[in-house]
Design a protein around this ligand. Structure first.
Ligand code: PSU
Ligand code: MN
Length: 284
């Protein structure tokens, strides 16, 4: 197999992307998050498989050293379509949500975790592969909503068009990453059991889509969406394509004295916990 999987068969496992570590966070915070996420998985009793491509080798279950190597040497940010090219060219590549979901399915991982997913960018035709991959692979994806920097209305509509099921975990509101509220309603679930009931229905029907479980950022870390919008208006975009998210995240962190960074770390930690709980209760 072209994928080097370090997952022990039969144990609950959660797949996690590498882009959030390599392109979404400063290095120090990224390593701290990796350690914290690993610690959570050990305490709770599930496996956390960080997925990435190292010199053309797809690895599921990267070590801290490997992640550090990626950060030091640099790694492309890739979606699903770039996987075969990165492998053939022997590159280092950090997987986004789309590539992580695709690879997770190939090795039998059904629960995936991230901070915020991609969507429709404002102003031009730039629609994340995250959406099309969620529309073609059956997994459970725990996130805190879509990245606040996106066109929220357009993304929300596109999720419907692509028939991607979503539920709010203990919320009726579609959350927006740093923010708990968007004014858009979603079906609410109260428990992991309820999530699994929906997913098991999908599995039985051969419903090959990703179930988005939306877990809002903890209240004490929230940065309200109108504040984010005001800040975004002030930023002059000096990036394009795949560079846009890392550029804006960095700017926002600077402008909020690190509040958005703290929010990002807090929600990622909570999402790892919830994804772990889901994986542990999932019937195999
Ligand atoms: N949200 C973050 N940081 C990130 C991302 C999302 O706070 O780095 C990444 C995820 O990996 C997501 C990707 O899958 O951005 C989507 O990128 P694009 O819009 O270029 O498809
Ligand atoms: Mn894009």
């Amino acid at each position: 197999m072209i994928i080097e999987s370090r997952i022990e068969k039969g144990n609950p496992v959660v797949g996690m992307e590498t882009t959030v570590f390599v392109h979404g966070l400063p290095r120090k915070e990224a390593i701290e998050l990796f350690r914290r996420a690993k610690e959570i998985s050990r305490e709770k009793g599930f496996q956390l498989a960080v997925i990435g491509i190292l010199k053309g080798k797809i690895v599921a279950g990267m070590s801290e050293e490997e992640l550090e190597t990626m950060m030091r040497e640099g790694a492309d940010k890739i979606g699903t379509r770039e996987i075969p090219i990165a492998v053939a060219k022997g590159k280092n590549a950090a997987t986004t949500v789309s590539a992580t979901i695709f690879l997770s399915r190939r090795i039998g991982i059904e629960v995936v975790v991230t901070g915020g997913t991609g969507g429709v960018h404002p102003g031009r035709v730039d629609v994340s592969q995250d959406l099309t991959e969620m529309a073609s692979s059956r997994t459970i994806l725990v996130s805190s909503g879509i990245k606040s920097i996106l066109d929220v209305e357009a993304t929300f509509e596109m999720l419907e068009t692509l028939e991607i099921p979503l539920v709010g975990f203990k919320t009726d509101e579609f959350p927006l990453f740093f923010s708990r509220k968007s004014g858009r309603r979603v079906p609410r679930v109260e428990s992991v059991e309820e999530v699994l009931k929906i997913y098991e229905t999908m599995r039985e029907m051969g419903f090959e889509k990703t179930l988005m479980v939306l877990n809002p950022v903890p209240e004490e870390y929230e940065v309200p969406h109108d504040e984010i919008e005001r800040l975004l208006e002030k930023i002059e975009l000096e990036a394009e394509g795949k560079e846009v998210t890392p550029f804006l995240l960095k700017k926002l962190a600077e402008m909020t004295n690190g509040r958005t960074l703290k929010a990002n770390l807090a929600l990622l930690e909570e999402n790892v916990k919830l994804a772990g709980e889901i994986a542990m209760k999932l019937k195999r």
